[in-house]
Design a protein around this ligand. Structure first.
Ligand code: PGA
Length: 246
């Protein structure tokens, strides 16, 4: 299926549209299983969701939140970790209870067992109702780096040099990033709805490739071309290399 493409004039309208998809799902299915990313791109969506929550326009109290990924060696107490950012930007402002949150522990003594733990929970919940993804500058989805086989559920990934470099933006001081723990491509493909959010001109070339390249594990975002219900929600800058007439 060709992913649906929705382009909005600016970051705020793009963010509100992404938030609206989450709100619509929760109004239809209050106990939905949602997997939302950390990073720069979702900040506006989180602000819109927190505002809607304040106004009583959405109810998160019955849903389950699954963390998308984490840096190996990091946890909630590490400034800039995925859990730290999610706590500050989304989970705490909304008021999620700890028993609604399933998050990879990047400090787990046995990371493989941590993958199994999360896989079992996601499976027992019947899979992900909604996954929202950013896109990396190398085409990664979550921390599924180029070359990740498509039959993977949660796994440990060896980070690309580009991911380790771009990832510095989340930290106050230089931080060595070598491995990640992440939901897998199968989680993405089996999710009922997958939304890729993209903002800013820097993402325009990778977003164009995600849609135009033949589907290849060398560019993980192309896998969304095989998803049965995927949507790209973009601001105009991120969408500017797409040929809307094609
Ligand atoms: P970003 O991260 O939203 O901070 O650009 C996206 C990603 O690397 O998946």
């Amino acid at each position: 299926m060709v992913p649906k493409i929705s382009i909005y004039p600016d970051y705020n309208t793009m963010s509100s549209a992404a938030a609206d998809r989450v709100i619509a799902l929760l109004s239809k299915k209050p106990n939905a299983v949602i997997c939302l990313p950390s990073g720069s791109t979702p900040l506006g969506m989180f602000r819109a969701l927190a505002a809607a929550n304040q106004k009583g326009l959405v109810d998160f109290s019955q849903c389950v939140y699954i963390g998308l990924d984490e840096w190996i060696g990091m946890g909630a107490d590490d400034d800039g970790s995925c859990r730290d950012l999610l706590d500050k930007d989304f989970l705490k402002p909304i008021g999620f209870r700890e028993n609604q949150i399933v998050f990879f522990d990047g400090k787990a003594m046995d990371p493989e067992a941590e993958c199994v733990r999360v896989n079992k929970i996601v499976e027992s919940l019947g899979g992900l109702d909604l996954i929202v993804l950013g896109i990396g500058m190398n085409g990664h989805l979550a921390l599924n780096e180029p070359g990740t086989p498509w039959d993977t559920y949660a796994h440990i990934s060896e980070l690309d040099a580009l991911t380790a470099e771009v990832g510095q933006k989340y930290f106050q001081k230089p931080t060595t990033l070598t491995k990640g723990i992440t939901v897998g491509i199968r989680h993405i493909l089996e999710s009922k709805t997958a939304i890729l959010i993209g903002a800013g001109a820097a993402k325009a070339p990778v977003i164009a490739r995600a849609l135009a390249f033949p589907v290849t594990s060398e560019f993980p975002a192309t896998v969304l071309q095989n998803h049965l219900n995927a949507e790209f929600i973009l601001d105009a800058e991120a969408g500017k290399e797409l040929n809307q007439n094609a």
